[in-house]
Write a protein that binds this ligand. Structure first.
Ligand code: NZQ
Ligand code: ZN
Length: 390
């Protein structure tokens, strides 16, 4: 088991009507003025935003609002948020939404506490400065940003999408009411499930030998996500299925499912280039295409690990040919994503052969010349994986 540090400061309030507690909890934590940050339309349309604002009003917490966060959130709105927080002396950020809103909130929380332009943090990956505390009202289980140390932001002018990790911007509160996810369109539900499952794969496949305490937790989450996925898709208002998926989404990415391992994250790096090139590409959909392609490309490094994964998660019986077993596990993974309605080829996302060379320079700028852990990948390896996924 590798050495690790693990910090998880998030106070979770989970269940029906969880969001109603936001006023009293934030007041007790000393909040006096919040930035209420939200996305395009869902939080307004459902009435959730009004309920959150009413809860803040009732607790005597003043607030300013900033909506309009798009999926694959962009730095321009972050800069507006930073200016607003500085001008209005905001002392808490309330993110109402999913990974995009939460990541935009994290970037604002950092930018509001430094003199320099907030994008400099995405270049330097600097930590150690103060950040504003964040509370999340989660509306889509997917990215796991409600408890993660990561933030990912796009910069359209530079054609970049990149992130970094900072334990200090992990949210202080996450209000998680599964009923808020009943309104998710099937595609977003499925993309979210793909993303959380991918967060487990990124942690399971690396260059560290078995770490049973971590691996068994990870495998248990994989099995749970697989079992609950068809239930939420068939019955979107099934509270228990939604609740299991929502809590799993957090556990998949808050960190415990990878402690003691190096973790890989090559496929996420490859995917972020897709959404940098075309911000309308949904993160989970890109991962659904790229993960099986990455798996096929790298599994020769340690086919036994893939065979073990196939046996544990899909119940595949060993055939005596470990490479064949590894490929069966990869086929099952691809079929699982396809069964959710996810794409299976980059062409379905509008990505073609010529796009590959457009993505390589920014990939290298973000990750360096060599990246990944299960197999160390060069830019030529990245090209080969993209080609395999076309
Ligand atoms: O903008 P609105 O109208 O709210 O619509 C959103 C959006 O279009 C909609 N939605 C959210 N909750 C809804 C709803 N629609 C109906 N009912 C609801 N209850 O869903 C769409 C997607 O939302 P988004 O926040 O983009 O989804 P997700 O949580 O998948 O976040 C994706 C972003 O997170 C980043 C991704 O790269 C991407 O930018 N990630 C962040 C991570 C982190 N910070 O730890 C890790 C991940 O690997 C990921 O990279
Ligand atoms: Zn992800």
């Amino acid at each position: 088991m590798e050495n690790f540090e693990f910090v998880s400061p998030t106070h979770f309030v989970f269940g029906r009507a969880a969001e109603e507690q936001i006023g009293q909890k934030l007041a007790a934590a000393g909040a006096t003025k919040a930035l209420v940050h939200f996305g395009g339309k869902s939080a307004k349309a459902s009435g959730l935003l009004d309920r959150v604002c009413a809860a803040l009003d009732a607790a005597g917490i003043a607030y300013v609002e900033l909506g309009g966060v798009r999926p694959n959130p962009e730095i321009t709105l972050v800069r507006h948020g930073v200016d607003l927080c500085k001008r209005e002396n905001v002392d808490w950020i309330v993110a109402v939404g999913g990974g995009s809103v939460i990541d935009s909130a994290k970037a604002i929380a950092n930018g509001a506490c430094i003199e320099e332009d907030v994008w400099t943090l995405f270049e330097s990956k600097a930590t150690g400065h103060p950040t504003l505390p964040i509370a999340v009202v989660l509306t889509i289980p997917a990215a796991g940003s409600e408890a993660s140390k990561n933030v990912v932001i796009s910069n359209d002018a530079l054609g970049r999408k990149t992130g970094y990790a900072n334990n200090d911007h992990r949210p202080k509160f996450a209000f998680m009411n599964p009923e808020l996810t009943f309104t998710l369109p099937p595609f977003q539900t499925a993309a979210g499930i793909t993303d959380m499952y991918a967060h487990l794969l990124e942690r399971f496949f690396d260059d560290v030998e078995a770490v049973p305490v971590t691996d068994n937790l990870n495998l248990s989450l994989m099995k749970t996500v697989r079992a609950e996925a068809p239930r939420v898709l068939a019955d979107p208002e099934n509270y228990d299925a939604r609740a299991n998926i929502m809590w799993a989404g957090m556990l998949c990415h808050q960190g415990l499912a990878g402690v003691g391992r190096h973790e890989d994250w090559a496929t996420h790096a490859l995917e972020h280039e897709l959404s940098a090139l075309n911000p309308t590409i949904t993160h989970g959909a890109g991962l659904a295409v790229l993960f099986p392609a990455w798996m096929e490309y790298v599994c020769g490094e340690n086919p036994a690990r893939f065979a073990y994964y196939g046996a544990q998660v899909f119940g595949l019986a060993p055939t005596g040919d470990v490479m064949a077993d590894a490929f069966s596990a990869i086929d099952e993974t691809r079929s699982f994503f396809a069964s959710l309605g996810m794409p299976t080829a980059l062409a379905e996302l509008g990505i073609c052969e010529e796009d590959i060379e457009r993505m390589i320079p920014t990939l290298q700028a973000n990750k360096g010349a060599i990246f990944g852990s299960f197999k160390k990948l060069s830019m030529d390896d990245a090209r080969a994986i993209y080609r395999r996924a076309l």
